[in-house]
Design a protein around this ligand. Structure first.
Ligand code: MN
Length: 200
């Protein structure tokens, strides 16, 4: 199913004077729309490649899907993260406030790190407050560009280490052989359990 550009949850000028109306129009209607269209195009081409059994363009298409998919996902979080200043709160309450105090020491300490990290990230990037489910912890991260070949928010179900240390002693430069061999040693029950957990 094709991805759709989500509507802004407020008017283009709602974030004035902090973010101006023209910036919001360009950012949402042109930039975010471009990510949605690019993701749809990449996924259609990947489907065609699967149907044809022709993966000669898979490196390019994977990059396209990661770039546009990450742009779409992050902007879809970014818009509803904001609200008109008249309705905005200075700090969170409830469980999130407790978790921030627990994991960063205080709200001000969190804000200090988030601001510094967002200023320091090189190139086109993002400041990100994220929840790490592996140990139930909040973390501040940054992303350079925004894809690094992934799509934010996905839950990994099956992963394969293709750093050379993972295969070089046995396979040397023959990574393809290593990758194919992986499929002889898979615990699909584990993968299925992760899928059940993530999708239910
Ligand atoms: Mn953007």
């Amino acid at each position: 199913m094709a991805h759709e550009l989500p509507k802004l949850p407020y008017a283009y000028d709602a974030l004035e004077p902090y973010i101006d109306e023209q910036t919001m129009k360009l950012h949402h209607d042109i930039h975010h729309a471009g990510y949605v269209n690019g993701l749809n195009a990449a996924e259609a081409k990947l489907a065609a490649a699967r149907a044809a059994g022709d993966f000669s363009a898979v490196k390019h298409l994977s990059r396209e899907a990661a770039f546009h998919g990450s742009g779409h996902l992050l902007h879809s979080v970014f818009w509803p993260n904001m609200i008109a200043a008249s309705q905005a709160q200075a700090a969170p309450g409830g469980d999130l406030a407790d978790a921030i105090a627990r994991d960063f020491g205080s709200f001000d300490a969190f804000k200090g790190q988030f601001v510094a990290a967002s200023i320091a990230v090189e190139g086109s990037g993002w400041g990100i407050l994220a929840y790490r489910p592996t140990d139930d912890t909040l973390v501040v991260l940054t992303a350079e560009k925004h894809q690094n070949l992934t799509q934010w928010g996905v839950v990994p179900l099956l992963v394969l280490d293709v750093w050379e240390h993972a295969y070089y002693l046995k396979y040397q430069n023959r990574r393809g052989e290593y990758v194919n061999s992986f499929f002889n040693i898979l615990n699909w029950d584990d993968v299925a359990a992760r899928f059940e957990s993530a999708s239910s």
